[in-house]
Design a binder for this molecule. Structure first.
Ligand code: BGC
Length: 827
C-alpha cells in the first residue's frame, strides 16, 4: 500500500486562506476578511514526506493561518500546523504514510464563505499537475527543454485531439499540461476535414456598425471552436485599411481606429465568453501583403500610436484578449516581435498580461522574441526549439525572463477549453446558419437606389457575373472556411419559396460556373442575342461584380482588380442597354473583399449593393435585402475613392522594402474631410429603403476638465419613410490645434438604432472619454488632451453632418507620459 502510494500519489489540496485576525470574528463572518494570497513555489518528496514550499502574500500583520489536512473519506489527519504571517517562502511538511492516496488540505479561515483563496493541488506520480493554483509550482519544476516547448509552438502530425489545419503547443504529460490547440480564424474555425460554419468577414461585420453583431459572431465561432477541440482562434484581425488595395482588408474591419477597435473588442468579448481564447492580430502596422515577411512600415511615432496602435488599445480595453499576435513586418526597421518598446506598449501602457505570440514562421529572431516578452514563437521549428533550449541553459535567456513567459503560457493553458474536456465534434449547424445569415444581412451596404429600384420583391431574375454563381464568402488563406451548404446568389434565388424564378437563358450561359475552390471561375463570353433574349424574358437583371483577395498578395490598380475588367464593362454596357430599352432595371451587387472603382459606370445602373464577403449564407442575405425582407442598414467602414490615385498612400503603398507612411494622419476619410477631397462613397455612407431625420442634438456639458471626465452627446433619430429600418448614427470630433496639427474630424462614437417602424423615434446616446480626445505629443512623450475648443458632430456619414456643438477644455490634461520609443532609432 505504501509502495503503491509512492508511484501513484494523487493529492488534492484544497486551501482556503483567509485571515484569522485577532478580533473575534466567526467562520460565518465574511466581512473584513483579508485577501491573503497563497502561492505554491516548490515541492519535494522524501519517502512518504511531502515538503511544499509556499508563500502567503498580501497578509496583514496579525493574521494567523492554520492548515489542516483531511483525507478523502473525511478523516482529519494530523497535519495541523500554523503558518507564520510572513511573506517569505515557508515550508509545510506532510507525512503521507497514513493516507490512501488522496488527500485534501484545508487552510482554516476566518470565513468559510471566503472562496477567494481556495486552492487545489493535484499530485500524480509525485508530480504536481497543472491547475490554476499550481502554475508557479509547475513552472519551477520544468526542465529547460520543457520550457522551450512552451515557448516555441509546433505544427506537426495530428494527435487524437488535434484537427488538421490547426497548430499546437505540445503536451507535457508528466505535469498534466495538455496540448493547446490553435486554429485559424478569419471567419470561423478553419479546420479540415471537419465542417464548421463560415461566418461573415470582419469587413462585413464592421459594415454593420453594430457591436451586438460582432459579439454574436465572436460567440458563435467560440462555441464551434470549443466543441471542435480548439483552444484559441487565431483572430480577429484588426489592422487598419491604410490602402484600399491591401490584400487582407476584408479580414480587417476598417480604416478608422475607433470603429475597428470597438467592433473587434466586442467580437473578442463574445468569443471569450465561451471559453475559447481569441488572438488579436497582427500587432502592428500589418497594412500590406507585399513582401510581408520582410518589409518595414516606416511611420512616425505619433501616427503609429494614434492610428495603428490605438485600435489595438480599444480592442484590448474592451475585450482583454487572451493572446495577441505580432506581425510579420518590421516597424521602423525592427521586426515587431523583436521590438522591445512596441511590446512594452502592450505590457506597460495597456497593462496587457496575456500571451504574445508571433505570426507564423516569422523571420524575427526567436531568442530576441523571448527577451523582449513576445512569449511564443509560432509554429516554431526544431532549430528554434534547440536554440531556445541552449539559450536557457547557457543563460543567454535569463531564467527569470523566460519564466515570465512560461508563466503566462501556463496560465493561458490552465484557462483553456482543453482543461475542461469540452470536445464533442458537434457544431450546431442550424444555429450556425441562422447567425451567419443574420450577421451577413446586417453588413449589407446599399450604395445606390434610383427611383426605388429596390426592393424588388418577386419575379424572374437574370443573373450575370460569375460571382452570382460563385459568391465570395471569405478571402483566400486564413479567411477560407471548410463549410458545407454554402449559399451562392443563384441558389438563393432558385429556392422554391423565394418568390423568384431564375432566367433560364442566363442560367444556361453560366452553367458550371459554381466553384468551391479558392479561385474564381472565368467569365463566359455572352453573345448579344442572349442578353437581348434574357431582357425580354426576365423582369430584372442582377450583375455581380466580384473581387477575391488573398493573404500574401496585395491587389492592384488594374483591370479586373480595382478597375473593372473589359468583360465587366461590356456586360454592364450591354445589359443596361438591353434591359433599359425594354423598361427593365439593372442592379449591381459588388461582392468584393475591397472597394473598386465605381464612378465611371455607376450612373448606368439603377441600384448598387455592396456585399462584403459574408460567409456561407451570403447569397440568401443578398436575396433577402433585394427582396426587402430586410432593409439594408450597413454603412461603409472605409472610403471608396474615385480613383486609386486619390488615396493618400497611393505612391508609397506596396513598396517591397520600405513603405513610408508619408501621408501621416491623413488616412482614408481623415484625408477627405481635412482636404475636402472627392470620393465615390464616403466613410460611414450607406442608404436605406426608408429615410431618417435627426433632431434634438445636445451634449451633456460645455467643459471637459479632467482625465476621468466624460461627455455625452445625444440625438434623436426618426424614421420618416414608409418601411421599418435601422440607422447608424456617427459622432465625430474636431480638436483644437493648440499643441499639434489635427485632422478636420475623426470618429469618436457611433450607435445603431433598433428597427424603427415608420414614424418611430429613438434617442441615441454616446459617451466619450479622454481616450478619444487625447493626442500624442512627440516632443513631450505624452498623451495630452489639449486645451481649447472642440466641436462634436452628429452625422449620418463622415460628410453628412446633421448637427454640431462645441465644448471647451480649459486647461490641458496630460493623460499619460510614456517611456517607450517607437522610432526604431534606439535599438
Ligand atoms: C497569417 C496569420 C495566420 C497564420 C496561421 C499566417 O500566415 O498571417 O494570420 O493566423 O498564418 O495560419
Amino acid at each position: 500500500m505504501r509502495k503503491a502510494l509512492s508511484y501513484l500519489l494523487i493529492l488534492t489540496l484544497l486551501f482556503t486562506v483567509s485571515a484569522c485576525s485577532s478580533n473575534n470574528s466567526t467562520d460565518s463572518d465574511n466581512t473584513g476578511s483579508s485577501s491573503s494570497v497563497l502561492e505554491f513555489l516548490t515541492y519535494n518528496f522524501n519517502g512518504n514526506k511531502l515538503a511544499i514550499g509556499y508563500k502567503v502574500t498580501e497578509i496583514s500583520q496579525n493574521e494567523i493561518i492554520t492548515v489542516k489536512a483531511i483525507n478523502q473519506n473525511g478523516n482529519v489527519e494530523n497535519f495541523k500546523f500554523t503558518a507564520e504571517p510572513i511573506e517569505e517562502k515557508q515550508i509545510a511538511i506532510f507525512d503521507l504514510s497514513n493516507t490512501n492516496g488522496e488527500i485534501t488540505f484545508e487552510f482554516s479561515a476566518k470565513s468559510a464563505q471566503d472562496t477567494k483563496n481556495r486552492a487545489t493541488l493535484v499530485f500524480n506520480n509525485k508530480r504536481p499537475q497543472l491547475s490554476t493554483d499550481s502554475v508557479t509550482l509547475v513552472m519551477n519544476s520544468l526542465t529547460e527543454g520543457e520550457m522551450a516547448r512552451l515557448l516555441v509552438g509546433y505544427f506537426g502530425p495530428s494527435e487524437d485531439k488535434v484537427v488538421q489545419g490547426s497548430y499546437q503547443l505540445n503536451a507535457i504529460e508528466r505535469f498534466g499540461i495538455p496540448n493547446y490547440v490553435m486554429a485559424d480564424a478569419g471567419a470561423g474555425v478553419r479546420i479540415f476535414p471537419a465542417f464548421t460554419t463560415w461566418y461573415p468577414s470582419a469587413l462585413s461585420i464592421a459594415s454593420s456598425w453594430d457591436t451586438e453583431v460582432a459579439y454574436m459572431v465572436g460567440e458563435a465561432i467560440g462555441n464551434e471552436a470549443k466543441v471542435m477541440g480548439v483552444d484559441c482562434q487565431l483572430g480577429p484581425g484588426l489592422n487598419l485599411h491604410r490602402s484600399v488595395l491591401a490584400g487582407r482588408n476584408s479580414e480587417y474591419s476598417s480604416e478608422d481606429p475607433f470603429l475597428s477597435g470597438v467592433m473587434t473588442g466586442h467580437y473578442v468579448v463574445g468569443m471569450q465568453s465561451t471559453g475559447t481564447h481569441a488572438d488579436l492580430k497582427h500587432y502592428v502596422a500589418n497594412n500590406q501583403e507585399t513582401n510581408r515577411y520582410n518589409m518595414s512600415a516606416n511611420v512616425s511615432e505619433r501616427v503609429l500610436r494614434e492610428l495603428y496602435i490605438k485600435n489595438f488599445g480599444y480592442a484590448i480595453k474592451i475585450g482583454n484578449p487572451k493572446t495577441i499576435m505580432t506581425s510579420y513586418n518590421k516597424v521602423n526597421g525592427i521586426f515587431t516581435s523583436n521590438f522591445a518598446d512596441l511590446i512594452r506598449v502592450l505590457r506597460e501602457e495597456f497593462d496587457y498580461d496575456g500571451v504574445i505570440t508571433t505570426d507564423w514562421s516569422t523571420n524575427a529572431d526567436v531568442i530576441q522574441n523571448i527577451l523582449v516578452g513576445n512569449d511564443l514563437t509560432n509554429p516554431g521549428n526544431k532549430d528554434q526549439y534547440n536554440a531556445v533550449e541552449k539559450a536557457l541553459k547557457d543563460g543567454t535567456i535569463p531564467k527569470e525572463i523566460a519564466l515570465k513567459s512560461v508563466e503566462r503560457v501556463l496560465k493561458l493553458i490552465v484557462s483553456s477549453n482543453s482543461m475542461g474536456n469540452y470536445r464533442t465534434d458537434e457544431i450546431d449547424d442550424e444555429k450556425g446558419k441562422e447567425i451567419a445569415y443574420k450577421a451577413a444581412m446586417e453588413g449589407m451596404v446599399l450604395l445606390k437606389n434610383t427611383a426605388n429600384t429596390l426592393p424588388f420583391t418577386s419575379g424572374e431574375v437574370a443573373l450575370f457575373g460569375v460571382g452570382s454563381y460563385t459568391t465570395i464568402k471569405g478571402l483566400q488563406g486564413a479567411g477560407w472556411i471548410n463549410s458545407k451548404e454554402n449559399i451562392n446568389i443563384d441558389a438563393a434565388f432558385k429556392q422554391e419559396d423565394s418568390g423568384y424564378t431564375l432566367n433560364k437563358t442566363m442560367a444556361e450561359v453560366y452553367k458550371g460556373k459554381d466553384s468551391h475552390w479558392e479561385t474564381m471561375p472565368s467569365e463566359p463570353i455572352i453573345p448579344d442575342e442572349k442578353i437581348t433574349k434574357s431582357a425580354n424574358e426576365a423582369d430584372i437583371a442582377i450583375i455581380t461584380i466580384s473581387r477575391l483577395s488573398m493573404e500574401g498578395t496585395d491587389n492592384k490598380n488594374e483591370k479586373g482588380q480595382f478597375l473593372l475588367a473589359d468583360d465587366e464593362v461590356s456586360i454592364i454596357d450591354r445589359v443596361t442597354a438591353a434591359y433599359h430599352s425594354v423598361g427593365k432595371k439593372v442592379i449591381v451587387v459588388i461582392n468584393s473583399c475591397y472597394p473598386i472603382e465605381t464612378v465611371s459606370w455607376r450612373d448606368k445602373v439603377d441600384a448598387i449593393l455592396f456585399a462584403a464577403p459574408g460567409g456561407k449564407m451570403v447569397g440568401a442575405a443578398i436575396r433577402d435585402v433585394i427582396k426587402g425582407k430586410v432593409n439594408p442598414s450597413g454603412k461603409l467602414s472605409a472610403t471608396w475613392p474615385v480613383l486609386y490615385e486619390d488615396t493618400s498612400c497611393a505612391e508609397t503603398f506596396g513598396d517591397k522594402y520600405n513603405s513610408d507612411y508619408t501621408e501621416g494622419l491623413y488616412v482614408g476619410y481623415r484625408d477627405n474631410v481635412s482636404n475636402n477631397l472627392r470620393y465615390a462613397y464616403e466613410f460611414g455612407y450607406g442608404i436605406s429603403y426608408t429615410k431618417f431625420s435627426y433632431s434634438d442634438f445636445k451634449i451633456s456639458k460645455n467643459e471637459f476638465t479632467t482625465k476621468d471626465d466624460t461627455i455625452t452627446a445625444e440625438v434623436t433619430v426618426t424614421n420618416t419613410g414608409n418601411v421599418a429600418g435601422k440607422e447608424v448614427v456617427q459622432l465625430y470630433v474636431s480638436k483644437p490645434e493648440t499643441l499639434a496639427d489635427q485632422v478636420a474630424r475623426e470618429l469618436v462614437g457611433f450607435g445603431k438604432t433598433e428597427l424603427l417602424a415608420p414614424g418611430e423615434s429613438e434617442t441615441i446616446k454616446i459617451t466619450i472619454t479622454s481616450y478619444e480626445l487625447e493626442s500624442f505629443i512627440d516632443s513631450r512623450d505624452s498623451w495630452v488632451v489639449s486645451n481649447g475648443s472642440y466641436t462634436l458632430y452628429a452625422a449620418a456619414s463622415s460628410f453628412d453632418i446633421k448637427y454640431s456643438a462645441k465644448f471647451t477644455v480649459p486647461n490641458e490634461i496630460v493623460t499619460s507620459t510614456v517611456t517607450t520609443d517607437l522610432t526604431g532609432l534606439n535599438k
